[in-house]
Write a protein that binds this ligand. Structure first.
Ligand code: PGA
Length: 248
């Protein structure tokens, strides 16, 4: 089974009512490759607006986080019931900014991932190493430690709701992109790890995205790598070049 190419747009904490309308209109007006699955993830405040304004059948809308409860006395959080009510389909979990700045542990990420899948969402599960980890040859140890708690809570069938985003932390928002060769090597190792720890079937089917300063310039060569099944795009997802990345 061929893995469908996937492009996610992580807007992070950026946007206004006006700019979200502009971004969604640009996607609505574009001729998007129908074989590419696209998910845009605006800030929670703009989810409903993006869902209402989106007219593209291949584009869905995702949240950048979820709390591991449906609703209740959890001040400041957003729960599964609300996301379902407004039509959110996807959730990004384990992003390095949440792991480092918000101190989310691998276990919390795993718990939220299981919760989100049980609640009927699909998950973009992020992982990735720091610069020092790569330099000391520990990339796969770090990624494995991030993925293991998730593997231990998910059933094999849950994996059809997961897309992995490999995002080397040193490449996020820095303009530094992993070379296609380095990215491919890590993607291949992640797939082998999933094969060993989950199953060869899941490894064959799960999509592994690359993220970290993806641009219209870097996307074409990254796209040709056999184990790169798409991108998670931050900064460039706010710009017109996002369409070029989708159509790569
Ligand atoms: P970037 O962000 O494309 O701006 O590097 C990617 C991400 O954090 O998902």
């Amino acid at each position: 089974m061929a893995r469908k190419f996937f492009v996610g747009g992580n807007f992070k904490m950026n946007g206004t009512v006006k700019s979200i309308t502009e971004i969604v209109s640009r996607l609505n007006d574009a001729k998007l490759n129908p074989d590419v699955e696209v998910v845009i993830a605006p800030p929670t405040l703009f989810l409903q607006q993006a869902i209402k304004e989106n007219k593209q059948s291949t584009v869905s809308v995702g949240a950048q986080n979820i709390y591991n409860q449906t609703s209740g006395a959890f001040t400041g959080e957003s729960g599964a019931d609300m996301f379902k009510d407004i039509g959110v389909k996807w959730v990004i979990l384990g992003h390095s900014e949440r792991r480092s700045l918000l101190k989310e542990s691998a276990e919390e990420v795993a718990e939220k991932t299981k919760f989100a899948v049980d609640q009927g969402f699909d998950v973009i599960l992020c992982c990735g190493e720091q610069k020092e980890d790569r330099e000391s040859g520990k990339t796969m140890d770090v990624v494995a430690a991030q993925l293991k708690p998730v593997i231990s809570v998910l059933k094999e069938s849950d994996w059809s709701h997961i897309v992995i985003a490999y995002e080397p932390v040193w490449a996020i928002g820095t303009g530094l992109t992993a070379t296609p060769k380095d990215a491919e090597e890590t993607h291949k190792e992640i797939r082998e790890f999933i094969s060993k720890e989950v199953s060869p079937k899941v490894a064959e089917e799960v999509r592994i995205l690359y993220g970290g300063s993806v641009s219209a310039k870097t996307a074409p060569e990254l796209h040709t790598q056999p184990d790169i099944d798409g991108f998670l795009v931050g900064g460039a997802s706010l710009k017109p070049e996002f369409v070029d990345i989708i159509n790569v």
